[in-house]
Design a protein around this ligand. Structure first.
Ligand code: BES
Ligand code: MN
Ligand code: MN
Length: 456
């Protein structure tokens, strides 16, 4: 541990400046105008891995954005850790809410502020630097493979195929991922579950063209009104989702499991204060931790139609749109939920409108084991570096590939993340603590050591 700390102390300035260099690349996967930047970011990751000591490193092209693969095999008989992360980021919009430009990173009050600083460039780069540390100090105790993708934020649609085509070279013993949060900097935790996702876009069409709202209004369906009514019908007064069959496969936790989940430190007052809300809102009968951890959701992500420019325009619009996401929990599956939603939504439409439902990406929910060597290795590593045993928690977000790893490679994941829920991922002013970045670089080599020792 001394050796690790010394190396970090000597090199931390450079680690941070290298991360800042990568944060200048606007690798927005959702927007095709950034395609070249995404590729440039893949090259950057590859170069960093080579410089850190990887034998093989490759930018693998896909029909979408590239996947960076690299490895260091020290002895085929030793265990192999497969590190997964993503170098793509969410769009930075709305730009005017950033205090400094999203792709011009700055350090303010110990926080690295930039799009992707936490999710996931900063967290992914901890693994590159921890690998460098282990290589340069001759302490890498097992084999390591890196798989860093550029499409996580858009559903990882090409990674599945790539994994199937590269099963042989992806052979390993565990997947290690830092792309989640801890409870607080003095309360370490490890997510042992993630929700799945079903994401759809809906289009409601009324008349074949925009109409004068006085000449036609009152006699022709207004698609925006109808869309709102249809959406409102998807939940009842207890915030229970009304899509028939939606909850059929939801795994219910035992009383003990729920109690355990609710033992995690959490202050509802602080939560409300942080968000500046007077009350929380969710499914009756469940706590906030349960609502985000073990229950599925139905959320509007965007809704639009008609005139939204300056002033007033009297118009009865032809179309209305919405983007809807449903977070899923074990044992729901995204294809099935998408279909249940589409059937229900179609059935809600009056004859006066036409409805189109277009599925976007999906992802399956996961729970990861807590009785594995890998979990123990992560738990011990965090205990050593934070001075406290990490608490198992459920993450409300999704990492679609985790379920696929298990299905295609038979590999379980460990979600050893170092972010904070307050890091504003996907929002303006996303940031990542220098403390968290360095703590990750310190903890990862401990994980490797523990994992190698426990595997003996
Ligand atoms: N890193 C997040 C997921 C996450 C964040 C999990 C915090 C747990 C705690 C990931 O990059 C992400 O944002 N995933 C998307 C899914 C994707 C299909 C767009 C999500 O959860 O919305
Ligand atoms: Mn992420
Ligand atoms: Mn994300």
């Amino acid at each position: 541990m001394e050796q690790i700390k010394n190396y970090i102390n000597q090199h931390q300035e450079r680690f941070i400046s290298e991360l800042m260099e990568m944060l200048r690349i606007p690798s927005v996967s959702a927007d095709s105008k950034y395609k070249d930047d995404v590729l440039r970011n893949a090259e950057f990751v590859k170069k960093s891995l080579v410089e850190a000591g990887a034998d093989k490193a490759e930018v693998c092209l896909t029909p979408g954005h590239p996947i960076v693969y690299a490895e260091k095999i020290i002895d085929p008989k030793l265990p192999t850790v497969v590190v997964y992360g993503h170098y793509d980021v969410q769009p930075p919009d709305p730009l005017d809410l950033w205090d400094s430009p999203p792709f011009e990173p700055v350090i303010k009050d110990g926080l690295i502020v930039a799009r992707g600083s936490c999710d996931d460039k900063g967290q992914m780069f901890m693994h590159v630097k921890a690998f460098e540390l282990m290589m340069k100090t001759n302490t890498l105790p097992c084999n390591v493979k890196f798989m860093i993708e550029g499409e996580e934020e858009v559903g990882s649609s090409n990674l599945g195929n790539w994994i199937r085509e590269n099963k042989e070279r992806l052979k390993g013993d565990v997947i290690l991922i830092s792309d989640t949060s801890i409870i607080a900097n003095d309360i370490p935790s490890i997510d042992v579950g993630l929700r799945g996702l079903s994401y759809v876009e809906v289009e409601v069409t009324g008349p074949n063209r925009d109409l004068h709202s006085g000449v036609y209004g009152g006699a022709v369906a207004n698609p925006i009104t109808i869309l709102c009514e249809m959406i409102a019908k998807c939940k009842d007064e207890n915030n229970h989702i009304t899509i028939p069959g939606f909850y059929d496969k939801v795994l219910t936790l035992s009383k003990e499991e729920r109690e355990e989940l609710n033992r995690a430190p959490f202050s509802l007052d602080e939560y409300k204060k942080d968000l500046n809300i007077d009350d929380v809102h969710g499914e009756t009968g469940y706590t906030t931790l349960e609502r985000t951890g073990i229950r599925p959701t139905f959320e509007l992500n965007g809704i639009w139609g008609g005139y939204i420019g300056e002033g007033a325009k009297t118009v009865l619009p032809s179309k209305a749109f919405a983007k809807i996401s449903m977070r899923l929990v074990p044992n729901q599956t995204s294809d099935e939920i998408t279909k249940l939603f589409a059937d229900h939504f179609n059935s809600l439409a009056p004859k006066s409108v036409k409805v189109k439902v277009t599925p976007h990406h999906g992802g399956e929910p996961v729970v990861t084991p807590t009785d594995s060597i890998a979990f123990k290795a992560a738990s011990m590593a965090m205990e050593a570096t934070f001075g406290k045993k990490p608490i198992p928690t459920r993450g409300g977000g999704s990492i679609p590939i985790v379920a696929l790893f298990e299905k295609e490679l038979g590999l379980k994941s460990v979600l050893m993340g170092f972010g904070l829920d307050s890091d504003l991922i996907h929002s303006p002013n996303e940031h990542y603590g220098v403390f968290n970045f360095l703590k990750g670089i310190e903890t990862i080599p401990m994980f490797f050591k523990n994992f190698a020792d426990l595997s003996k």
